[in-house]
Write a protein that binds this ligand. Structure first.
Ligand code: 9Z3
Length: 370
């Protein structure tokens, strides 16, 4: 199929998707907030760049009145952390995130691994006061300062989504609203987006019943229904990245997508394939088990550029497998990667290496077009 035909067919598939599936209730209010945010920055600081960071997992509801849904592992660490580093680079950030996933700044003190109560003490001398424990004060002061700066300067807009359909409606609307800033817009697509969904027309309205309750266990159309199994039929989500690049995003804007794999033998090839297929600017490849320590940048100049946290700066991760570092690199036999030894000093977040590189690339793109 010619690239033109591919573009047309994915455009059609995307258009049909938006016709047949309902838009999120908050879309209008989110659009109004984003329009105001973009306008404010365009008027008050004409050189300001704005990045749309997407973050967290999308759900796939099984019923319209949703009791059950399919979800994925993403907690939104990549997105929330990256947003902070974009703000450090002077960007204004629209943070399109899965509701209740990690947020910039508060991520340091939220969810079960960083419960905010563990950072506090009851004041011993005062009556009824609460204090931040001494050992955490310095870091919390830094985080608070950055948070206040972003808030006071209206640099961060938080917009939540839940389902994959909500996500796609929001992405289309926000990309369109970015048009007035042209090449100063960046898209950083870190959300873990489902490839499959149940179209509205095939979705059950009410909670799916078990056979014990008199109904068969089928949803999403055509199930066998012969036993107590629940058979779910999912359709592919249209390849929206193509449509984002070709029609939603402003011309000349920078588009960065992520490619997630679990098999090191596939990562680089799949990331390259995505760039060839969608003709955007950068694909960042990452493996589930090493994503906090290494990523690979695939760019249009044919580069395979690895960004790695040095071994003495790697913080531990429950889900990470350190011995897999380097396995996805094509030339890893010639360049053995340091795995053992060294004393871990303060952990380094890989996003602190990723974002300045992207900001530099963006600067060059903007300069080329002015
Ligand atoms: C990523 O690959 C992100 O880096 C992670 C971050 C989801 C792995 P965490 O939230 O994880 O920090 O725990 N995101 C993109 C994954 C994705 O859905 N990509 C699509 C694909 O691979 C293309 S846009 O097809």
């Amino acid at each position: 199929m010619s690239p033109h035909k591919t573009t047309e067919s994915s455009k059609d598939a995307a258009a049909e998707y938006f016709e047949k599936n309902p838009s999120p209730k908050a879309l209008n209010s989110h659009q109004a907030l984003a329009r105001e945010f973009i306008q404010y920055h365009a008027e008050t600081s004409p050189d300001r760049r704005i990045v749309l960071v997407t973050s967290g997992g999308t759900t796939v509801p099984l019923e319209n009145q949703t009791v059950r849904f399919i979800d994925n592992f993403s907690a939104g660490t990549r997105g929330a952390t990256s947003a902070e580093y974009f703000l450090k680079q002077g960007y204004a950030v629209i943070f399109l995130h899965r509701q209740f996933s990690l947020l910039p700044y508060s991520r340091h003190y939220s969810h079960s691994t960083n419960c905010f109560l563990d950072f506090m003490d009851e004041h011993q001398d005062d009556e009824g006061g609460v204090v931040v424990r001494k050992e955490y004060q310095e870091k919390m002061r830094r985080v608070l300062e950055e948070y206040h700066y972003a808030k006071q300067n209206r640099l961060l807009l938080l917009l939540p989504f839940v389902t994959v359909t909500d996500y796609l409606f929001e992405l289309r609307a926000l990309a369109t609203l970015m048009h007035p800033i042209g090449s100063r817009a960046m898209f950083y697509l870190a959300a873990a987006v489902s490839d499959f969904f149940i179209p509205r027309e095939r979705m059950d309205e009410h909670k799916i019943q078990s056979r014990d309750n008199g109904a068969d266990g089928e949803t999403g159309g055509q199930g066998s229904g012969a036993s107590r199994q629940l058979v779910i039929n999912l359709d592919p989500v249209p390849k929206f990245l193509n449509t984002l690049v070709q029609s939603w995003a402003p011309k000349g804007s920078m588009i960065v997508s992520f490619k997630l794999e679990t098999n090191p033998d596939l990562l680089v090839a799949k990331a390259e394939q995505a760039l060839e297929r969608y003709h955007h600017d950068v694909v960042i490849g990452n493996l589930l088990t090493t994503r906090k320590w290494e990523v690979v940048f695939i760019t249009r100049d044919g580069g395979e550029h690895w960004v790695r946290v040095p071994k003495t700066r790697r913080s531990k991760s429950f889900s990470g497998i350190e011995k897999m570092i380097g396995l996805a690199e094509r030339k890893h036999e010639q360049h053995p990667i340091d795995l053992e030894g060294g004393t871990v000093t303060e952990g380094l977040e890989i996003e602190s290496l990723i974002i300045p590189e992207l900001a530099d690339m963006h600067t060059k793109m903007v300069e080329k077009q002015t």
